[in-house]
Design a protein around this ligand. Structure first.
Ligand SMILES: Nc1nc2c(ncn2[C@@H]2O[C@H](COP(=O)(O)OP(=O)(O)OP(=O)(O)O)[C@@H](O)[C@H]2O)c(=O)[nH]1
Ligand SMILES: [Mg+2]
Length: 654
């Protein structure tokens, strides 16, 4: 029998990091609340036992409201794991202990973990695990998920509890006479009606008094249970929470001692970074810095890869001679996939910059800064967080909307997220910008990013006008403390994100490249002008004529729907990049495009139909085809319009 363990706890306390330490997995962990939005499973082994560990999204309490919180709550309540590990953050124990109390009211198989003990020590906090254990009646383990301290002890405790050598005590907190008498009354009714199932009656009664929606629904069918008024619920909640916090604080006084005063450097930094006026320019400066890194540093490596791939293609032709097979390998596979792979250094560098912002704790601060702007567009900094993730890839951006509590805001965010220009579009920008704007490459690309942000905000307004009566949702989010990103964490982050890009290169981009090669090679045996691709492109070309896109560019856009990198593969195939003479291929491209057209083309790529994976994610998250279809139609129209404007304006200046 496998031991089943749930990792529960507040957001950002280190559950995923601990999960990684326990199982050797490499799940995405970052320094802001709400990183994990799905449950993730992994296996650990200890003392001959196989232990299935489930990492859950963070929750503040069991009365959960957003989707990710519901996932966590449902797992704890309904799946009955053998052991529940409540993970808390040593630096903000109070909130964590609140959740612990809630869980202890119904479960007897709980272990308390006090994590980030390394940071507590650094800040001069001393935490007495025996005191905590005594007062809450649970085994307590101090851990540091970062340096592995206590992980072994935790495994031992888990196995011990699963073997019933140890158990935690159900907590019976006294909530004061008023609440207690109400509890007794409800409990009596519940017992008469015999609908307890595997719920604890006292716990059910408490949830009922707190106005928990699901429990209310469950109890609705019951006779003798009156519906509580909102005022009464609010009053109950206050009393219950107060009793819990009183108890927690009395325990904390015993268990925690502070040796030296806490530093306030973090507050000072916060003051500047989230400043009313300075905050926004600071944010944009950071973004610009990220770009400079992405180009100047990474470009060197990209160029090296570029040379390597053309050498490889040459070798293939030398070895196989000039025939369809060598063309397929050198032009199709090496040209198509390699043409995209040369941008790996840029993309990894971009992720490194994003990872640094996330791990250091800056990202939620940026969200706060932007929140002031966002409320005007009926979005909160919460959606801004999701949108920022979109610079990496739109798919996780869409997924991360699960922790947006308000369904309207969530949907609006899903609808506009694809306008955030993801890293897959970066290769297109770099390719075109370096050919047509060699002096201002970074600036041109930066302007596309700004345009993308403006477009996203504009779309927020449109979407809210069209579909929602729009309310304002202020951002309520706990700011994580600053952390110096460890090299290991950043490496995992960059690899996790970048890996996806490599998988695409070996999957959809490879398939698309071969397909495009086929369409470009046949039936004329390599004469692109007479190929199937040309036929397709020429049919569509008239639609794009106002934008001055050639049939090649049009075909590239068509295939780019599969994944935006494929635009680059198509270019390299139809213009014959990646062969001996890169310069001549580039000049072929410049014959068909001028800077104005190139810019309009980049604008089009930024805005038009998101890739298939994003459309699928939107379908999954909204549960209907209606919204993804809206996204596709809306973004195509917008892309066409702004690309036309960009072209018309660009022709005047460029
Ligand atoms: N110094 C230190 N940092 C830690 C420790 N555990 C986690 N962290 C950091 O805390 C941050 C949050 O970690 P996660 O593992 O993502 O937290 P989580 O509980 O899974 O968060 P959600 O998924 O948002 O609920 C990351 O930046 C980690 O690197 C620890 O023991 N010591
Ligand atoms: Mg997590």
């Amino acid at each position: 029998m496998m031991i089943r363990v749930a990792l529960a706890g507040n957001p950002n306390v280190g559950k995923t990091s601990l999960f990684n330490a326990l199982t050797g997995a490499r799940q995405y962990a970052a320094n802001w609340p709400g990183v994990t939005v799905e449950k993730k499973e992994g296996i650990a082994k200890y003392d001959g036992e196989r232990i299935k560990i489930v990492d859950l999204p963070g929750v503040y309490s069991l009365s959960a409201s957003s989707i990710d919180e519901k996932i966590a709550r449902d797992f704890i309540l309904k799946e009955a794991p053998d052991v529940i590990v409540v993970v808390t953050d040593s630096m903000s124990l109070e909130q964590g202990l609140y959740l612990l109390l809630e869980i202890l009211e119904m479960e007897e198989n709980v272990i308390l973990v006090v994590n980030a003990i390394d940071e507590a020590r650094k800040n001069g906090l001393k935490i007495d695990r025996y005191e905590l254990s005594k007062h809450f009646g649970v085994p307590v383990i101090l851990t540091s998920a970062i340096n592995g301290e206590g992980v072994e002890d935790l495994l031992k405790a888990i196995v011990g509890m699963a073997r019933k050598l140890e158990k935690s005590n159900k907590v019976m907190l006294n909530y004061g006479e008023d609440i207690e008498s109400k509890i007794r009354k409800v409990e009596r009714n519940l017992k008469e009606a015999k609908i307890l199932g595997n719920y604890d009656s006292r716990w059910l009664a408490l949830k009922y008094l707190e106005g928990d929606k699901e429990i209310l629904e469950l109890l609705e069918k019951m006779v003798g249970i009156e519906k509580l008024s909102d005022e009464e619920i609010a009053e109950n909640k206050v009393k219950i929470a107060k009793a819990r916090y009183d108890y927690i604080n009395s325990v904390m006084k015993e268990a925690i001692s502070k040796i030296k005063a806490k530093m306030t450097l973090s507050e000072a930094i916060d003051h500047v970074l989230t400043h009313k006026f300075l905050g926004i320019p600071i944010f944009f400066s950071f973004m610009y810095l990220a770009f400079k890194l992405t180009f100047d540093v990474a470009q060197v490596f990209s160029d090296m890869l570029d040379v390597a791939f053309s050498k490889m293609a040459n070798l293939v032709v030398q070895f196989l001679g000039e025939n369809w097979l060598s063309s397929m390998i050198s032009d199709g596979i090496i040209g198509g996939v390699g043409g995209v792979l040369v941008f790996v250094p840029n993309i990894f560098m971009m992720f490194l910059a994003l990872g640094f912002m996330e791990e250091s704790g800056y990202l939620p601060r940026a969200a706060f800064v932007m929140d002031r702007l966002m409320v005007r567009f009926k979005l909160s900094g919460r959606s801004f967080m999701s949108l920022l993730l979109g610079f990496g890839c739109n798919v996780p951006a869409v997924m991360s909307t699960r922790n947006i509590e308000n369904p309207q805001e969530r949907l609006a965010t899903i609808l506009i997220a694809p306008f955030i220009t993801c890293s897959a579009r970066l290769p297109v920008y770099i390719l075109l910008a370096s050919i047509f704007f060699p002096k201002n490459t970074a600036l041109v690309i930066f302007s596309l990013y700004i345009l993308s942000i403006l477009l996203t905000i504009g779309s927020a307004i449109v979407v809210n006008r069209l579909f929602f009566k729009g309310r304002k949702f202020p951002l309520i989010m706990e700011l994580p403390r600053y952390r110096m990103p460890s090299f290991k964490n950043l490496a995992i982050y960059v690899w996790n994100r970048g890996k996806h890009f490599l998988q695409k290169a070996g999957g959809i981009i490879l398939v698309a490249s071969i397909l495009i090669w086929f369409l470009g090679y046949f039936p004329a045996g390599g004469d692109v002008e007479k190929s199937y691709a040309a036929t397709i492109g020429r049919v569509l070309e008239p639609i794009m004529r106002p934008l001055n896109f050639s049939w090649r560019a049009t075909t590239a856009l068509l295939f780019g729907v599969a994944a935006k990198e494929v635009v680059v593969s198509t270019f390299s195939m139809l213009y014959g990049f990646g062969e001996e003479d890169l310069e001549s291929a580039r000049s072929a491209l410049s014959q068909e495009m001028d800077p104005a057209v190139a810019f309009a083309f980049m604008v089009f790529v930024m805005a038009y139909v998101p890739c298939l994976a994003t459309v699928a994610a939107a379908k999954m998250e909204t549960g209907s085809w209606k919204w993804p279809i809206f996204i596709v139609i809306y973004s195509s129209i917008v892309a066409y319009l702004i690309s036309f404007i960009a072209y018309s304006v660009g022709r005047l200046f460029l």
